[in-house]
Design a protein around this ligand. Structure first.
Ligand SMILES: NC(=O)c1ccc[n+]([C@@H]2O[C@H](COP(=O)([O-])OP(=O)(O)OC[C@H]3O[C@@H](n4cnc5c(N)ncnc54)[C@H](O)[C@@H]3O)[C@@H](O)[C@H]2O)c1
Length: 307
């Protein structure tokens, strides 16, 4: 049976380990040719011993698939541009970009250094924008030359970006920024055949296995391992395939066997009296509106966990 991504060329950033590795293997299993990007950095973004991308390429080849490694930093223009060039050089085209690479520098806001702010904003937010821009330029050129692609982008946000997460001000801001970028890219790129969606995953990787050791642990009885990163990849592969035609500008939470469509900001209770209010009147109206508004979901780490 033909795979869901037969003939497609897929780039996955940060695919040397964790979720990105699982996505790369899952795309290859559905027939895609894969560019496996990874800079091979530590959990905090500092240089690591070597890029694990080559190892994932070997795993894909052992399964009979085709893949090449790319070891560039996706948060630099050279790294992002050469990533798209790697797909074109090796396989002659690009169909899907999965933005996934990133790292954490967790601190309470009062202790958060400017460096920790910049590094996390850079790798997640710029690290999504630059590969997206490089891929979009190629897809626009293809469309203008009369060869529109069924192009797909899957961005990686987080529950921290959707609700906020205590101790992760930098990460939450970057991941919320990725949601805004996703909506704009979907609106701008649709005319060139490009669909852009985002996921907020949860899985056991080096990023989460210590902080959330208990919730992330594999069951000892051999039952369904809900927090395995491989559970997130099926949605990513479908969003990255031709089969998801018509789905764009959407955000999905996904973990274990669950997929949730996240419904974004929309107007709640509102009052327009057609004239300016005094501050005291503004307060009175706001309290009335809040009384009939949905209470917000708590930020992660600040209240009861969401079921
Ligand atoms: N694991 C979770 O539960 C979870 C939850 C929400 C969001 N996420 C997001 O999922 C993505 C993957 O995370 P993970 O848990 O698999 O982490 P991970 O640390 O296992 O993998 C991330 C990979 O990105 C690579 N990388 C980092 N900076 C890079 C750069 N500049 N250029 C190229 N590669 C780079 C690292 O070397 C690493 O291999 C991240 O964006 C993360 O924020 C993960």
């Amino acid at each position: 049976m033909a795979g869901l991504c037969e003939g497609r060329v897929v780039v996955v950033t940060g695919a040397g380990r964790g979720l990105g590795r699982a996505h790369a293997l899952a795309f290859a299993a559905e027939g895609a040719k894969v560019v496996v990007n990874d800079l091979g950095v530590g959990l905090d973004g500092l240089p690591g011993p070597e890029s694990p991308a080559a190892q994932v390429v070997r795993e894909i080849e052992e399964q009979g698939g085709e893949a090449v490694a790319h070891g560039g930093d996706i948060a630099t223009p050279q790294g992002a541009d050469s990533l798209v060039e790697a797909a074109l050089d090796a396989f002659g085209r690009l169909d899907t970009l999965v933005n996934n690479a990133g790292f954490l520098r967790d601190r309470m806001l009062v202790n958060l250094d400017e460096d920790d702010w910049d590094a996390v904003m850079r790798v997640h937010l710029k690290g999504h924008f630059l590969p997206l821009r490089a891929a979009a330029a190629w897809w626009r050129a293809q469309a203008k030359a009369g060869r529109p692609a069924a192009a797909r982008v899957v961005n990686t946000s987080s529950g921290a970006g959707l609700l906020g997460s205590v101790g992760q001000g930098n990460y939450s801001a970057a991941k919320a920024g990725i949601l805004g970028l996703t909506l704009v890219a979907a609106a701008e790129m649709g005319r060139y055949g490009v669909q852009v969606n985002a996921i907020a995953p949860a899985a056991r990787t080096r990023m989460t296995e210590r902080t959330f050791a208990q919730t992330m642990a594999a069951p000892e009885d051999g039952g369904f391992d809900a927090m395995a990163p491989e559970n997130v990849s099926p949605l990513v592969v479908w969003l990255g395939a031709d089969a998801s035609a018509g789905v764009t500008g959407r955000v999905f939470e996904t973990e274990g066997g669950r997929i949730t469509v996240m419904e974004g900001w929309r107007p709640g209770p509102t009052a327009d009296r057609g004239t300016r209010r005094t501050p005291a009147e503004a307060g009175e109206t706001t309290l009335e509106l809040l009384a009939s508004a949905e209470p917000p979901l708590p930020a992660y780490g600040s209240g009861p966990a969401r079921g």
